[in-house]
Ligand binder design. Structure first.
Ligand code: FE2
Ligand code: FE2
Length: 449
């Protein structure tokens, strides 16, 4: 074999060496986490999947986005710029998270993000002022990207007065694939860049081969790019919201149980009249597919009743159901018929299953309908919308179908109803200790049937 011509060695060899070194030099300028990325991560550095992520500080809002190519990023807001933390997991995209700080609740913020020198368009959002006397938001569960799920997404995007979206788990149904997450985030971007989406995990966030890792890298509730808190709470106008995990240990003595106990008991109900718990699996469900999660009920119902939780909003069963205020299988109040059904705060939690945001409906229901089941619908899709009115001290809940008709609605109010006794059920001394007895009584009645 003849040696390469001298001209080739002189001109092309240094170029080859440079080409070999270039990726290394590029990688060295990235964060350590990004250097550990398994994928090749080549391609566009144009930001995509951009979404706001709320922190526990109203003056700080995080933003997360993804790029095909390895890159470092930054966020620009109110004339300031801050570098992002850049990271990845075992997937062929890079992720970027950056914090916008010094925000004033109620004052609009304009921002954009960049990675590898490619800028996004400008977006605006308004940090939620927890002292406001009006707040409205959308709650969904079991979403995905079916045509019904897209209908729900489009309704959310078209809703210009909702200030937040919550998801009670089963978000994108990626199930070990990555592209469903990518397309899900891209489809929600128009809403998620404008208002925060706040999440509780479902069983479909615990993915084959990956566990919760995709969820942990794509969402943030603790300000740490590569970790995730699976149970946390946030204060909004009139409402304290708990986002718990039915997919992690919640039994007595567990870290989550202790946290729930401490968090729920620390709410000043004079300042924040309503408490909602979001979680995936339902304590009460009369759907034949999954049904009531009895271990969950056994572990947490007494705590929720004693702490005066008003609403427990779950999914998992793909249908809509609302219970009466119920404790230990026993209906403790039926409210007051009117134009819209009203309940006074302070009896027992109303449980909602709202797994109607797009996944195939589970149509088979337990018959006869249990006494605690106030309303159920088994073949429709949709979302729910909540409005807190601080002047009236009321919380209005409405269930919408995808054709925009209303399926169910009720109002929860702070003031007692004329039809109720002077004190709520929780006003009865020792109610909490009665609950296990009620539960045993309920179980005995069920066994006799
Ligand atoms: Fe589901
Ligand atoms: Fe589920």
């Amino acid at each position: 074999m003849s040696p390469p011509p001298r001209r080739f060695v002189r001109v092309l060899a240094p170029l080859l060496v440079l080409l070999l070194l270039l990726p290394l030099a590029h990688a060295q300028s990235l964060g350590e986490a990004l250097q550990e990325c398994a994928g090749t991560l080549t391609g566009s550095t144009q930001p995509q999947q951009i979404h706001l992520q709320m922190t526990d500080d109203a003056s700080v809002m995080n933003v997360i986005w993804a790029t095909e190519g390895r890159s470092t990023g930054e966020v620009e807001w109110n004339g300031q710029t801050v570098a992002s933390t850049d990271y990845c997991y075992n997937h062929d995209m890079a992720f970027h998270m950056a914090s916008m700080t010094g925000l004033v609740p109620g004052e609009e913020v304009t921002y954009r993000v960049s990675s590898g020198g490619d800028w996004s368009e400008e977006f605006t959002f308004t940090p939620i002022d927890s002292t406001a006397n009006h707040f409205e938001w959308i709650s969904i569960a079991d979403h995905g990207d079916s045509s019904e799920g897209m209908d729900v997404s489009e309704s959310i995007i078209a809703d210009t007065t909702a200030q937040m979206v919550t998801i009670s788990g089963d978000i994108a149904y990626a199930d070990g694939e990555h592209s469903p997450w990518d397309s899900w985030f891209n489809f929600q971007q128009e809403s998620m860049t404008r208002i925060p989406w706040v999440t509780a995990v479902g069983n479909h966030e615990n993915e084959p081969g990956y566990g919760f890792s995709p969820y942990e890298h794509r969402f943030d509730s603790d300000g740490q790019a590569e970790s995730e808190t699976f149970w946390y709470s946030r204060d909004f106008p009139g409402v304290h919201m708990v986002f718990m995990s039915t997919e992690h240990d919640y039994t007595t003595g567990s870290t989550q149980y202790s946290w729930l106990e401490q968090d729920l008991s620390s709410v000043d109900r004079e300042v924040t009249p309503f408490v909602i718990v979001y979680g995936h699996k339902p304590m009460y469900s009369s759907n034949s597919y999954h049904g009531s999660e009895v271990e969950l009920r056994a572990a947490l119902e007494t705590l929720y009743v004693n702490q005066g939780v008003d609403l427990v909003i779950a999914g998992h069963d793909h249908f809509y159901e609302r219970t009466w205020p119920v404790a230990g299988d026993t209906v403790v109040d039926t409210g007051n018929e009117g134009d819209v059904h009203r309940f006074a705060r302070g009896y027992a939690p109303i449980h909602l299953v709202i797994g109607i945001a797009g996944r195939s409906a589970y149509e088979e229901l337990d018959e006869p309908q249990p006494e605690w089941s106030a309303y159920r619908e088994n073949s429709t899709y949709g979302w729910t919308r909540l409005v807190y009115d601080g002047d009236a001290q009321e919380l209005a809940f409405t269930h919408y179908r995808t054709d925009e008709t209303i399926g169910d609605e009720f109002i929860l109010q702070v003031a007692p109803l004329a039809s109720n006794s002077e004190e709520g059920f929780l006003g009865v001394p020792g109610f909490g200790t009665m609950l296990p007895i009620l539960a045993m009584f309920g179980a005995a009645v069920r066994r006799l049937r």
